[in-house]
Design a binder for this molecule. Structure first.
Ligand SMILES: *Cc1c(COP(=O)(O)O)cnc(C)c1O
Length: 433
């Protein structure tokens, strides 16, 4: 019989003993985790503070109001909704609130570092219910703002939704705001990855230039899995009804009862983010990322855009002839957890892309700094070199089987086992919260 509590313990051990280098992940504090798993999850509270459809919500009202007020204070926005179940629903809710089906939306392509919810064609809500036009990057992986402006002038989007999941440079919010204003478009800044860096002062805030800001709360913000939709002063000026449109789109438009444990977790994460320690944390994330990027480059790897200005980097594996799947699998066998990722003009399909994405929010939460980045970069270089001759089969149908047998092979590889054990020793010195 499966015992869930045993599996949770196993997962805890996995997290303790491996390096979390996936840039969208983080370790939430014990207080955040306790809030999420608390008795608050037993309560139904459809509606908003003071206007619930259920009795018994006095305390829930207090918690949600606190979370909203804290987010308004920290991000300097006029209105906040903390109920979205996660980042993707939050973005769908914004589109639902402000647009009619068939309106034109514009965003950064997934393959260039955008997100599925930013109008990815065919398979997503945003790409199916709206007319989506998308821009990419130049060959060097960098956004060309002239191209963005030309596309906006040509297509006249009703809404631009811009944010990044795998873009190592800082976005020019001012320029994007000007482009949106030029064509009369809504601008939605999706800062899911970087909202923690924004609060730490390490990434510019889009708030002065945009109408709406969405963010997940579980990435650099280090809260529970959830999201927020924020309306700026500019957003209210564009349409005084913006805030109520957003609230109605969340409930009853697309959601029912809010996840109250998550709301309390968001409140707790915002309290934690409002501290000198969190500013230091944000600063160290970026220092670590830059240092790790330099070490990898010195070791001969090629980075998309040539480096990083934030918490993440994308390694282009084409120059060393390695598939992203092979790199990610072999690193996992060594206790280093990354994810595979497309690179600019990747001719390989998204399921078998030519790059890997690495980030420092998790390992920085554990207290690691430059000396550890040097060690980690050394491991990554050695591990990739160890499989330098591995090739993904040309025939697509054979790739799945190949990866499966490769996984078994690397799990029994002594060289990799030794590195995994060195990784475990390092992890012991930097316990997770
Ligand atoms: C993570 C992310 C999302 C989606 O968040 P989920 O909680 O996974 O639904 C949306 N936009 C951006 C930019 C993200 O990084």
């Amino acid at each position: 019989m499966v015992i869930i509590s045993d599996l949770i313990k196993e997962e805890q051990k996995r997290q303790e003993e491996t390096l979390m280098l996936i840039p969208s992940e983080n370790y939430a504090s014990k207080e955040v985790r306790e809030a999420v798993g608390s008795v608050l999850m037993n309560k139904y509270s459809e509606g908003y503070s003071g206007r619930r459809y259920y009795q018994g919500n006095k305390i829930i009202d207090e918690i949600e109001t606190f979370a909203i007020d804290k987010a308004k204070e920290l991000f300097k926005v006029e209105h906040v909704n903390v109920q979205p179940y996660s980042g993707s629903p939050a973005n769908a809710e914004v589109l639902f609130a402000l647009l009619n089906p068939g309106d034109t939306i514009m965003g950064l392509k997934l393959s260039s570092g955008g997100h599925l919810t930013h109008g990815h064609p065919d398979i997503t809500f945003s790409g199916r219910f709206y007319k989506s036009v998308q821009f990419g990057t130049k060959d060097d992986g960098i956004i060309d703002y002239n191209e963005v402006e030309n596309l906006a002038r040509k297509e006249k989007p009703a809404l631009m939704i811009i944010g990044t999941t795998a873009y190592p440079l800082i976005l020019d919010w001012k320029k994007l705001g000007e482009i949106a204003d030029l064509v009369g478009s809504w601008l939605v800044a999706d800062i899911s990855h970087v909202s923690g860096l924004v609060l730490a002062g390490e990434y510019p805030s889009p708030v002065p230039f945009t109408h709406i800001v969405t963010t997940t709360t579980h990435k650099t913000l280090r809260g529970p899995r959830g999201a927020m939709i924020m309306v700026t002063k500019k957003g209210i000026e564009k349409d005084p009804e913006t805030a109520s449109k957003i609230d109605k789109a969340v409930f009853p438009g697309l959601q029912g009862g809010p996840h109250n444990g998550t709301t309390a977790g968001i409140a707790q994460a915002l309290i934690e983010a409002d501290s000198g320690d969190f500013k230091k944390y944000g600063k160290q994330i970026v220092i670590n990322a830059r240092y790790l990027a330099e070490e990898l480059k010195n070791g001969g790897l090629t980075l998309v855009t040539g480096g990083t200005e934030c918490h993440l980097m994308v390694v282009d594996l084409r120059p060393i002839g390695l598939s992203g799947n092979i790199a990610a699998e072999v690193l996992e066998a060594a206790g280093i957890i990354v994810n595979r990722n497309s690179v600019p003009n990747d001719s390989a399909p998204p399921f078998y892309p030519s790059g890997i994405r690495l980030g420092t929010p998790g390992i920085t939460t554990r207290g690691m700094t430059e000396p550890e980045m040097k060690i980690i970069a050394g491991w990554i270089l050695k591990v990739l070199d160890h499989v330098k001759d591995e090739k993904l089969p040309e025939v697509k149908e054979k790739r799945g089987e190949y990866i499966k047998s490769f996984r078994i092979k690397v799990a029994n590889d002594e060289f990799l086992k030794n590195i995994a054990s060195e990784v475990r020793d390092l992890c012991k010195k930097f316990p997770m919260p």
